[in-house]
Write a protein that binds this ligand. Sequence first.
Ligand SMILES: *[C@@H]1O[C@H](CO)[C@@H](O)[C@H](O)[C@H]1NC(C)=O
Ligand SMILES: *[C@@H]1O[C@H](CO)[C@@H](O)[C@H](O)[C@H]1NC(C)=O
Ligand SMILES: *[C@@H]1O[C@H](CO)[C@@H](O)[C@H](O)[C@H]1NC(C)=O
Length: 357
Amino acid sequence: MVQLSQALAAILLATGIVAHPGGNTNREILRRQAHLDHPNRRSIQSCKRDLVASGWVREQHQRREARLHELRVAAGFAKAHELVRRDPAEVEANYGVEAACTLDPESTEGPYWVSGELIREDLLTGEKGAITHLDVNIIDTSGCKPVTDAYVELWGSNATGVYTGVQAKGNGDGSATAIKTNALRGLQLTGSNGTAKFITVIPGHYVGRTNHLHTIVHHGAKLLPNNTIQGGTISHVGQFYIDQNFLGQVEKTSPYNVNKQAVTTNSADPLFNMAKQGGDDPVLKISLIGNKIEDGLYATIDVGVNPKARQNPQAVNAWTANGGVPIPNSPWAGYPDSCRYCGFRPPKEKKDVLVEE
Ligand SMILES: *[C@@H]1O[C@H](CO)[C@@H](O)[C@H](O)[C@H]1NC(C)=O
Ligand SMILES: *[C@@H]1O[C@H](CO)[C@@H](O)[C@H](O)[C@H]1NC(C)=O
Ligand SMILES: *[C@@H]1O[C@H](CO)[C@@H](O)[C@H](O)[C@H]1NC(C)=O
């Protein structure tokens, strides 16, 4: 139970229901506000001193420099001996000040989470777009240490704004084939440095939403013989975004430039604006591997979680050997017309809004 600020409640009442294919905005805003108001909430910023003192910031930065260099060498854009390192003292001083250094934007899973996805680094499965090597770093903000044994789940729409594993009227062109593939979805275990590595594409925009990736952080899950996980708990449900100027360049490249869905920019996306509040920065830090976007990208983001937190996201489908299969009674089933999570229940009183979850 959380008190919603009077100002926010007034905005919600004034704008009414903002239905869009990324989920019900009002429900999502309420959920985000509940997270921001939570007394135990801590951002990575509050860990800065500890992370610098323990050497984590320096090590992490050097690993990233080396990783980007490795990708450049592999793609033929640099020679092995050409690695130039930035002054680590400057990196430490700027940690948490520069873009994309802090993140804790607890957000909605949205209507297109498909559970039961495979553990794998390369999520492409034939999808085209701005290929992105993404390192997601999970930090325990209660102890200011990397989280070493969490399964990080990642999913995003394809370059033209369609999700795999689901069929829904609001999912791009309503494609009936996308449900048969698990492209751009998967999980990775965080290594000794707290990093989960993925290869995916910069997601496309779709009606009502700016380009974003979804993430869920699982703890204590059991690895099954078929390379999926079962059980455990979920501490974090979030979304990652991309700098708007950079997005503008990506959207001009193929195949993004044939996406016919209406554009929503970051600043026009209520979820993006909510995600930036409270000292959080949900924007990926992206470097070109070569000279242009088509040469590939290296992206990183730090995600602060409290491993003891319990979130309860709801999947619409489960991934099986036969493709995406609806989960009975999912509150997202029937999206966008008839699901339990589709409708917004208006607050009963103006200033005390009770939020579930
Ligand atoms: C995205 O997925 C839809 C549905 O499967 C497909 O029609 C479209 O071609 C895909 N976009 C790209 C860029 O491949
Ligand atoms: C983190 O450690 C894993 C092995 O545990 C390694 O594969 C990965 O490259 C490291 N990440 C970075 C950014 O160096
Ligand atoms: C993996 O195994 C679980 C447990 O038997 C099963 O429910 C799930 O459908 C399987 N997933 C795939 C993709 O085969």
